[in-house]
Design a binder for this molecule. Structure first.
Ligand SMILES: N[C@@H](CCC(=O)N[C@@H](CS)C(=O)NCC(=O)O)C(=O)O
Length: 231
């Protein structure tokens, strides 16, 4: 099997019959690594070094014109036709549908799961990411702390929404799903790499803490967090 897509000129596939993952273990990247490990799908990982600007390489842009990881190429997409996909939320949903795992087949529960994934994509990711910028990266040098505080306050508010949701259930949807997978890497980065644990007063959110511990205890999550960590 030869994969007919420009991405493979720069990142050749050794196992062209497997789903091809282009990623890095960032909060958005780990979602797909975790999902692939949870579902047991055969895949081939390609590490895209965003610090070296590889996500803006023309070959990568041919797969994701938005120039960001993660992206996938499934040689066995719907109806047996190849499917290229970017946006981590869309990829989670696709892989859940492809495998029939980690999303409910009951329509009401399914839409509710999608709702929480959208909440992560539109709220948690962008807000926590800005906390990272203003607390850990270039924005740290800004004297005016109002932008940082704005994102810290909004992130703490989002954490309280999640905390309430988890008050009477182990997982966002009761059972483990793509909603949890979408969120775990972001919470991990916020209190870890972004060094914002105290800023957002994470210790206030007991249900989120317990959920986070449960999530990290899953072997597939542990493996997923390491996917594309090295070449
Ligand atoms: N909404 C996108 C966001 C993807 C995203 O922001 N990826 C970051 C890493 S977490 C990236 O590739 N940054 C490199 C760049 O912007 O050049 C998704 O969820 O897939």
């Amino acid at each position: 099997m030869i994969l007919d897509h420009p991405i493979f000129k720069r990142w050749p596939a050794q196992y062209p019959d497997r789903l091809q993952l282009f990623s890095l273990p960032t909060p958005n990247g780990v979602k797909v690594g975790i999902m692939l490990e949870e579902t047991g799908l055969a895949y081939e990982p390609h590490r895209i070094d965003i610090a070296a600007n590889e996500s803006h390489d023309p070959a990568f842009l041919s797969l994701n014109p938005n120039g960001k990881i993660p992206a996938i190429y499934d040689p066995e997409g719907p109806s047996g036709k190849p499917l290229a996909l970017f946006e981590s939320g869309a990829i989670l949903l696709y892989l859940a549908d492809k495998t029939g795992q980690l999303i409910s087949s009951d329509p009401n529960t399914r839409y509710e799961t999608i709702q929480w994934v959208m909440w992560q994509m539109g709220g948690v990711g962008p807000m926590f990411g800005q906390v990272g910028f203003f607390n850990k990266f270039a924005g740290k040098a800004y004297e005016d702390k109002r932008p940082r505080d704005r994102y810290v306050n909004e992130s703490a508010r989002l954490l309280s929404v999640l905390d309430n949701r988890l008050a009477d259930r182990d997982w966002v949807m009761g059972t483990y799903s793509i909603a949890d997978i979408s969120l775990l890497g972001w919470v991990r980065n916020l209190i870890g790499f972004y060094e914002a644990r105290e800023l957002v007063e994470f210790d206030r959110f007991h249900h989120v803490q317990a959920w986070f511990t449960r999530g990290l205890a899953r072997p597939a999550v542990q493996r997923g967090l390491e996917v594309t960590a090295t070449n």
